[in-house]
Design a protein around this ligand. Structure first.
Ligand code: FPP
Length: 235
């Protein structure tokens, strides 16, 4: 492992699959397939060659359900294949896989594959892979608020005892804050990705489409992270 600074928690907004496919005269699904293949290689690189401990991926937003049915259906099938077989190397790498998002509207096949992956990897200790699926940062805050309100109403939590730690424990996953978020494809938006956890994150918006964003591109982006002066509100 290289003796250099890496973020502890890296977020990746995997954007540009559709444009990658269009430029090659392919359909959007082919772009997602190429993105998924790239993702597997990238994750292998991250967990074997860097000291990044937590990776959060934006796989499917709540808004993505508004896409054409055939694209949504393709993505759901792709998720099942990925969780059931392609993530094997992640499991072997001792990485714990967790999911963030609402389960409603997801097909049973996806829920089943998610639950099996969670269960198969729950005792893994080397790193964490957080997959945001049917996810919206605004809904996460709504759902966290409801969970906390219920605890106050049933008497198990006093209002005065609500702290940042309590909020974090009641999000979809209790993860460390995001240090660095990369959104590929040149779009400069956050699009509702982990808005609470990214309060002090640094951002990078490389132009490369996600299917082409390989380990070399990642290291180039991480060089930008190393140049940032993170002051967390200090002078
Ligand atoms: C955004 O590109 C990408 C998605 C909505 C899907 C991302 C999914 C994968 C890469 C598959 C593997 C993922 C996991 C975690 C199992 P886009 O379609 O918006 O591209 P465009 O902006 O060029 O149209």
């Amino acid at each position: 492992m290289k003796d250099v600074v890496y973020p502890n928690h890296l977020g990746i907004i995997m954007d540009g699959n559709g444009r990658w496919a269009k430029e090659r005269g392919l359909n959007r699904s082919a772009g997602h397939k190429a993105g998924a293949d790239n993702l597997i290689n990238l994750l292998d690189y991250i967990y074997n060659n860097t000291s990044i401990k937590v990776v959060s991926l934006y796989a499917f937003s709540t808004e993505n359900f508004k896409r054409e049915k055939n694209e949504v259906d393709y993505l759901m099938k792709l998720f099942v294949t990925l969780f059931n077989s392609k993530l094997e190397s992640i499991k072997k790498n001792n990485v714990k896989v967790v999911f963030s998002g609402r389960r409603e509207n997801l097909p049973n096949s996806v829920i089943k594959a998610m639950d099996k992956t969670t269960n198969d990897t729950k005792d893994n200790t080397k790193g964490i892979l957080n997959i945001c699926l049917n996810y919206g940062g605004d809904y996460e805050i709504v759902d966290m608020t409801k969970k906390i309100a219920r605890q106050v109403l049933d008497g198990s939590l006093n209002i005065e005892d609500i702290t940042k730690e309590v909020v974090s424990r009641n999000l979809y996953q209790d993860l460390p804050p995001l240090d660095y978020v990369i959104r590929t494809s040149g779009e400069k938006r956050i699009s509702n990705f982990m808005i609470y956890q990214s309060s002090y994150a640094e951002y990078d918006f490389p132009d490369t489409y996600f299917p082409d964003f390989d380990s070399k591109c990642l290291e180039e982006s991480l060089d930008n992270y190393r140049k940032r002066d993170r002051r967390f509100g200090n002078a």
